[in-house]
Design a protein around this ligand. Structure first.
Ligand SMILES: NC(=O)c1ccc[n+]([C@@H]2O[C@H](COP(=O)([O-])OP(=O)(O)OC[C@H]3O[C@@H](n4cnc5c(N)ncnc54)[C@H](OP(=O)(O)O)[C@@H]3O)[C@@H](O)[C@H]2O)c1
Length: 252
């Protein structure tokens, strides 16, 4: 049975993705910081799924020692990780356009450093078994957006990192995928005060992620396709036109 590790599996996209993999006979590990939340997630999932191969590990990805320790424990107790979905992230909408350095530091610590620590430990463990790492980024990282400086820079960094690792991980026999979801219902997006276009459910995201990661290899998995197509066009507009349109749309 293949083994998947999903960081931030206690809620939102990670939780729905864990259910989807379990339902398709994978052995699933979910991790996050909050043990109570993790156990609640586990109980909720096991109520509906017949496959009971679901395991929880508490791990704050921004703590390098915790990540090293958890990857070691998983490998020792459950075997080699075939697929790692690096989904955990912090999110804090900055409604006021204020520059708060603590917010930048926090998001960089969790979203960038945390993901790097996971990759560091996975490379050591995966190179013998053709592993696959999927990084959940965001189209917010495609280009700078008002109020999204801190979150956006971490996601832009992750997208750039995945592109580099596409080349560099080949020598370790590890595949890398980049996942770019549009707006998905979750605890994080519940914090948004604006109307989110093309909002989809976490189950919709989980289906796309499962299909994208278990079918023929793809580097980028993105959804919903029409919204992402619009954002991809915005990505290549010249600055003058891009800034003009974003100002018009956001009124910021
Ligand atoms: N929802 C969207 O519209 C959307 C769009 C694009 C990209 N994304 C990305 O998709 C991923 C999942 O987002 P979501 O919306 O499903 O968020 P969510 O419901 O808020 O879930 C975030 C998960 O990350 C965990 N987490 C947070 N900080 C952590 C840390 N330091 N160490 C370990 N786990 C941590 C949380 O659990 P604990 O609190 O227990 O740690 C939780 O399980 C994120 O990478 C997000 O940036 C989301």
């Amino acid at each position: 049975m293949n083994l998947v590790w999903i960081t931030g599996g206690s809620s939102g996209i990670g939780f729905a993705t864990a259910k989807k993999f379990l339902n398709n006979n994978w052995k699933v590990i979910i991790s996050s910081r909050n043990n109570k939340k993790l156990l609640r997630a586990k109980n909720l999932i096991l109520k509906t799924e017949d496959n009971k191969e679901l395991y929880c590990y508490q791990c704050d990805i921004s703590d390098r020692n915790q990540v090293i320790d958890v990857v070691e424990k998983i490998t020792k107790n459950l075997g080699n990780i075939k697929l790692a979905i690096l989904n955990a992230a912090a999110y804090s909408p900055n409604k006021s356009q204020g520059f708060v350095i603590e917010n930048y530091n926090h998001l960089i610590n969790v979203n960038l450093n945390g993901t790097l620590y996971c990759i560091e430990s996975l490379i050591k463990r995966m190179s013998d078994n053709n592993g696959h790492i999927a990084i959940i980024s965001s189209p917010v990282g495609y280009r700078g957006l008002p109020t999204a400086g801190a979150y956006g820079l971490t996601k832009a960094g992750l997208t750039n990192l995945a592109e580099s690792l596409y080349f560099d991980l080949k020598k370790y026999n590890i595949k890398i995928s980049l996942i770019n979801p549009g707006f998905i219902e979750s605890e994080s997006t519940n914090l948004n005060s604006f109307k989110m276009p093309f909002l989809r459910s976490a189950e919709f995201a989980a289906n796309k992620i499962f299909k994208g990661l278990t079918g023929a290899y793809k580097f980028e998995i993105y959804f919903p396709w029409f919204f992402l197509l619009i954002l991809k066009i915005f990505r290549i507009l010249p600055y003058k036109l891009y800034f003009y349109l974003i100002k018009k749309i956001t009124k910021l």
